[in-house]
Design a protein around this ligand. Sequence first.
Ligand code: ZN
Length: 358
Amino acid sequence: MSLSEIYPKSVEILSEILGKENYESIEKYLHVYDGSEASVKPVAKYITIYWVGRACDRMILRTEGEDDIILSQVRDSAVPTIIFRKLKAVYLREFMKLARSQWSRYADVIRKEAGYDKDYNFLSACSIAVGIAGEGKGVVHGRCMRCPVDVLMGATSAGALYNLVSRFQGDAAYALTPSTERRTGTSVDEITYTTIMITERTSEEARRTGGLFSETFVEPATIFVGKVVLPMVSPPELVEVLWLLTRVIRVGARTSIQGTLEIHPVAIIGDLFEVGTAYEVAERLHGEKSLENTRKGILEYVENEAKYSTSSNVIEFTADIAKNIREKLDPLAQEVVVELWKNAMNYVNGVLAYLRQK
Ligand SMILES: [Zn+2]
């Protein structure tokens, strides 16, 4: 079956948003899931999306180590880095929220038209929350293994016969400047208002009442470059990812108070494999502080250095495309929602068909 037979609405939206010629150029790198065993076997089809991000306030990028920021060596500097696992966790949460809104609005339609059993309830069957009390403390609640979130972002569950691999992949995002700021604070004893008591006791440890702490932040306006890769992505999944990638996200530790990152997709390209690396872009554009020059630099890199003879056109993410997404892409429109959920069900049916062969 062809893309436009099985996903008519998503194909229409993608052509409208990206432009017909652009859409046709990447079409051969999009994938159809029709429920057959053959459709889930890996083939070489990748959509690569480069983006530029800007820190909009102070951001702590926590690691397990002793400092608050992950640094990478780019040329002669150590630059702040957002590891992909962190970005993926943010987008997993955001996609889960979106899927819950879709389910709340269209549960009956999805059950009927996308083939979910009548007692399946996404809201109770699927969660990425970790138990905070009682017997379930620390346990990640169950994933349903058949919703669009699990099918695109990957999931495992003890109860299922299969695992779902993540088809939302990418590179770490690198800052273009070594912009960090270190702040030190004190936490004082509430009676003496000191961090150390003057007493007979001799050891410093015994006299300590409060303490010093310090935190390292990424400075506001720091520019990051990153890359998302979507292997064997279907049209409705690409529609959702484009919508997610044009939202502002919070990636820092203490997400409720700081860590906002503005993300702007810059270029989309299809190929037999992923195209180029975010690290190479960071090396080339090291020191750049302007968002506009960074955009130009990424486009030049993809067009002149990274792309292959097998690649699609490099689709520049123009202001018009961004505007189209804001104005014409409604991720809660019924036809798109049904195509997305039906696609997930087909994917799972394909995996099950494969298992029965064994
Ligand atoms: Zn699920």
